[in-house]
Ligand binder design. Sequence first.
Ligand code: UDP
Length: 436
Amino acid sequence: MMRVALIGYHSCPFSLLGSEYAGGMSVYLKELCQALSRQGEVSVDLYTRVINPACCGPKRVFPRVEVIHLDDGPPRVLPPSQLIQNYSQFSQKLIDFLQHTGRTYDIIFTHYWLSGLIGYQLKLKKGWPLVHSFHTVAKEKTKNLRRREPSFRSRAEDFITRVAEGIVCHSPEEKAILQRDFDLRSAKIGVVPPGINQELFFPGRTDIYQRELNFSSEDRVLLYVGRLVPEKGLPLLFRALVLLREFQPVLFSRLKVVVIGGGTKREFDQNKSARELVSLVQDLHLERRVFFLGSRPYEKLRNYYCGAEGLILPSYYESFGLVAVEALACGVPVIVPRLGVFPRLITPGKNGLLFQPGEVNDLHAKIVNFLQTRKTFWPPGRISHEITRNLSWEKTARRIFLFLQKINGRRSELKTRFQHDGRPQHRQNLPPLPFP
Ligand code: UDP
C-alpha cells in the first residue's frame, strides 16, 4: 500500500464550490481521492487549512482517505496574498502533527504553488519525494490577463519545478507551457488529464429554468458556471450581449444568460467581484437577460447543464476547464476560447464553437452563429460520447498512482547510489526556500 501525503492547502475540497477560491482544484482533489479509494492500492491523507471552525483535525471521508484540517490563522477563506504569510506556520503544524501521530509517507503530492512550498518544507524535514501539480501558472496567467501576479509566486513556481522529483500536468498543452517557461526535463513530467464523473454528468433534458426562474419554454438559455474572478471574463460576455442587442434584436429578445458561481447568497453579497458584475449588468441594462444564481452543489449541476442550450465560457485563461467537459458529458455544446485544451476537444459546429480569447466582436459573432446553427450540432449522445470515452476519474487515479509509483521507485534507486557524507541523506544538494 502506497502512503501519500496530499497537500491542498488554500481551500478545503469539501467546502462549497464556485466561491472565489474553491473551483476546479477542489473538484479535482475530491474526485481523485474518491477514485484512489476505490482502487485500494493507496492510502491518502489530505492536508488542508481550517476554513470552517466546525471542521478541524482528521476526518475519514472515504475508505483509506482522511482529510486533516490544520489551523494556521483565521478559520475562513483567505486570498493567496495573505496565505504567503501563513504557509510556513502551516508547514510547522503539519510537521508537529506527524511527530505527534507518528504518521509517515512514501510520497508527497502537492497542488497549487503554496502547497508546493509546504511540500518542500516537509521534504526537507523528512526526505520523502515531492510530486507537484500547478493547476495554474503565474507566467501564463499574467500573459493572458495582462495583469501581474505577485512576483514571489513566479519565483516560487520556478523553484518548485527545480526541487520536485515529479510534475503532473493536466494536458499536453500545459506540459508545453511549462517546458517553454521553465527549465524542465520531460522525464520529470507526467501528463494525466482530470476525469469526468459519469454517474453525475450524462445527457438528458430538464426544465429547471422554467421551474426555478419562471422562464418560458421559448427562452433560449446560455449557461456560465464557475468562479466569478477576472480571468473568467464575464464582462466580455456582457459586452458581447450589448452587441447582440444592437445588431440581432430578435435573437437577443429570446436569449437568457444564467450565471452560476460566487458562493452562497451571503458569500455572493459580500463578494466584491460578484457585486461589480451585478452593477455592470445594471449599467448595461441587461438585468432582464442575465440571472445570477450564486453557487449550486456539484451533485446538482447536471440539472442546469441539461436545461441549457449551451455553456459559454468567456475566459482569458483556463488551465483545463472542467465545466466545459462536464457540459459536454451532459451532451451540451460549448462556446469556449481558442486556448488550452479547447482547440483539441472542440470540433466547431459539432460540439461547440471557439472564439478568439478577449475578442468581443468574435465572441459576439460566435454567439450569433451558435444561436442560428444550434439545431445542426451533433446529437447529445454523440457530444457526450466523444468526451467520456477518454476521461474518467478511475483512469485518472490509475495513471496518477502509476506516476507516483514511478517517481518513488526512481527515488529509492537514487538513494542507494548516493554516498553518505554525514548530513541526513535527503538534505544533500537541497537549496533553501525562496523568500517572499
Ligand atoms: N462548480 C460547482 N458549483 C458551482 C460552480 C462550480 O460545483 O456553483 C464546480 C464545477 O462543476 C467544476 C468546478 O467547480 O467542476 C470548476 O472547475 P473549472 O475547471 O471549470 O474552473 P476553475 O475553478 O478550475 O478555474
